[in-house]
Design a protein around this ligand. Sequence first.
Ligand SMILES: Nc1ncnc2c1ncn2[C@@H]1O[C@H](COP(=O)(O)OP(=O)(O)O)[C@@H](O)[C@H]1O
Ligand SMILES: [Mg+2]
Length: 371
Amino acid sequence: MEDLTLRHPAELRLEDLEKRFGATAAVDRLNLLAEAGSLVALLGPSGCGKTTTLRMIAGFERPDHGRIVVASRDITGLPPHRRALGMVFQNYSLFPHKTVGENIAFGLRMSGMNRADRDEEVRRMLNLVQLSGYADRYPSQLSGGQQQRIALARSLVPNPRVLLLDEPLGALDKGLRESMQFELRSMQQRFGITTVLVTHDQEEALSMSDRIAVMSKGRILQIGSATEIYDRPATRFVAEFLGASNIFEGRPVDGEAGTQIEIEGSNGSIICIEAPIARSADDRIVLSVRPERVLIGPAAEMLSNRLQAKVLSAAFRGTYAAYQLHVPALGREIYAYRQADGPLGALAFRAGDHLVAGWRTNDSVVVEEDT
Ligand SMILES: Nc1ncnc2c1ncn2[C@@H]1O[C@H](COP(=O)(O)OP(=O)(O)O)[C@@H](O)[C@H]1O
Ligand SMILES: [Mg+2]
């Protein structure tokens, strides 16, 4: 196999980056470090500023404030073509009337490389994306996944220092998207190229990234590895956007064992649950409990955090069962995901069943309320 590793992977830093459109800040004093050779995902809902951030890095949008630094060099003022960046978008943006080979060689021709060298480079890139022999086809003769690989090959031709991917797999259907996730990631690692991936798909971010930056309203709320962010979400938004969460909000009271939260239940009652902190000075605490941490039935009966509940609905989801439970004392629903036990498709509980639901205190996380 050819050695494709870049000799000098570059670190990318965004410092206090800001972009306003009229009164609203699309990107609001954003700071980010992508270590050399790593893949960082910008993950957030539509409109949170991901594409604007990427366009500023690429040079298509001028920041109102802040700096973009690649390998210690400030590139904020450089035109796009002098930034040594590769870009891939959701819609591939291949030239439809050029062959695959001409698409890949386009930038090389512009830079004045001779024919033989161009052909050699096209061959090398097609080999890299496992489409050797496709040089004379047209984009319309390729599947979506193949077109996206060609777009990737084209973006890597000029030997960029940083690769920018904006929802690159968004147009593909689920099965293909998953295999392309593995493929893109393995190419990124073989190439050793610093990459920023923009996505609103949490699974894509979780499975492809070294680090994930969760964005909301132009800001990064939390940045960390997939497991750090999933297991230790910092804010309520992060807990609910990345995976599902049961959120409990209440007033802390210091008890013998530590802090407990008093939650106002239905018809004026007070429900007490334990928080995984020793003491609290705040006047409100927000707790997040992942549905897969909620135990139900006999497994929950010995827990100190337990609630009487009634199954509203039970859904078989292949590798697990999802239960929607009504908790009368709280006048609300909570969710529990359990691995399917027994024969596939068999649900341990059904709608209408009464059961106990609970969780270990250490399986809950204190999160901040988003501002
Ligand atoms: N050229 C523009 N003119 C005015 N508003 C824009 C422009 N580009 C983006 N916006 C606004 O900036 C915000 C962030 O947009 P964008 O970066 O595209 O978000 P995302 O990629 O996360 O969906 C949105 O509110 C969007 O409407
Ligand atoms: Mg976008």
